[in-house]
Design a protein around this ligand. Structure first.
Ligand SMILES: NC(=O)c1ccc[n+]([C@@H]2O[C@H](COP(=O)([O-])OP(=O)(O)OC[C@H]3O[C@@H](n4cnc5c(N)ncnc54)[C@H](OP(=O)(O)O)[C@@H]3O)[C@@H](O)[C@H]2O)c1
Length: 262
């Protein structure tokens, strides 16, 4: 199916690896020109090169921290008028005790998970509305909808982002702009490899063993972690020209772990 977005331009923040990179790749496969960002330059340049070589679209890498004013300015300077905006960050530390979440800690994770993405929305959404087309996707976390004591730094900033996104989506819905949030569960990403790879090293097992063990322990009905490329395709689908009637939604992509009847 032709998603009808060839020739559009997208900013994808947090796109050197993981779900952000997979989403950028899926958009590029639909003919979308990209500006992609991440803090670390090496992985970012390698990903930009690989996507451009595979798809032939224009891919501009901007090494920048999107939680800072300076980083946001540089990314927006590279693409002031995107048609599509996708954003994510690394998963905040797992198992952070709520007793240790001081105001300083809040500021750091709110800057990354809420203020940065909201600033990108604020700076781009009116232009999208004036031009009559826009797609905004926050790649957040299942913990935004399903609070969990081990995810106290991950869920709350993204719950706030989803709340803000729904509010703004109502203002721009009649102008062809949609804003939606994806809520991933476990996926085989760089972050997952780091987390479960560290456990494997301690136990003398492998990453695959630990991912399989976690899939069982956390009761993933699909029986395994998700494939980032499939996640990216879902993101591209929500960015498609045909998805204009889906807005203000938060969609869980977690292999069936969480129960939300409607
Ligand atoms: N993977 C999972 O199993 C899983 C499960 C539940 C929720 N999630 C959520 O899904 C999202 C993506 O996770 P992931 O596993 O794909 O993460 P990942 O593999 O760590 O990738 C995160 C990407 O964001 C970039 N990034 C992080 N902070 C940034 C910043 N301040 N400015 C610019 N770029 C930044 C990273 O590059 P640099 O480090 O070089 O900046 C990297 O490219 C996260 O919000 C996470 O909470 C993931």
């Amino acid at each position: 199916m032709d998603l009808g977005i060839a020739g559009r331009t997208a900013i994808v923040n947090g796109a050197s690896v993981g779900l952000g990179a997979a989403s950028a790749r899926a958009l590029a496969r639909e003919g979308v020109d990209l500006v992609i960002s991440a803090r670390g330059e090496d992985r970012l340049l390698a990903t930009a090169e690989a996507i451009a070589a595979e798809t032939g679209v224009s891919v501009t890498p901007v090494a920048a921290d999107h939680s800072t004013d300076e980083g946001r300015e540089r990314i927006l300077a590279a693409c002031p008028n995107p048609d599509i905006l996708v954003g994510t960050c690394s998963p905040p530390p797992w198992g952070f005790d709520y007793r240790d979440v001081t105001p300083e800690v809040w500021h750091q994770y709110l800057a990354e998970g809420m203020v940065g993405p909201a600033e990108f929305i604020r700076r781009t959404v009116d232009g999208m509305a004036e031009r009559g087309f826009g797609r905004i996707i926050n790649i957040a976390t299942g913990a935004a909808k399903f609070p969990n004591p081990v995810r106290v730094l991950s869920g709350p900033p993204r719950s706030a982002l989803a709340n803000y996104s729904v509010a703004v989506s109502k203002v721009v819905a009649a102008d062809g702009v949609t804003i939606n949030t994806l809520l991933p569960g476990f996926h085989h990403t760089a972050a997952a490899r780091e987390q479960f790879g560290a456990i494997a090293e301690k136990k003398g097992t492998s990453y695959d063993d630990e991912a399989a063990f976690a899939a069982e322990k956390y009761g993933i009905p699909a029986g395994e972690f998700g494939d980032p490329d499939d996640f990216g395709a879902v993101c591209a689908m929500l960015c498609s020209a045909h998805a204009g009637y889906i807005t203000g939604q938060s969609l869980v992509v977690d292999g069936g772990v969480t129960v939300g009847l409607f």
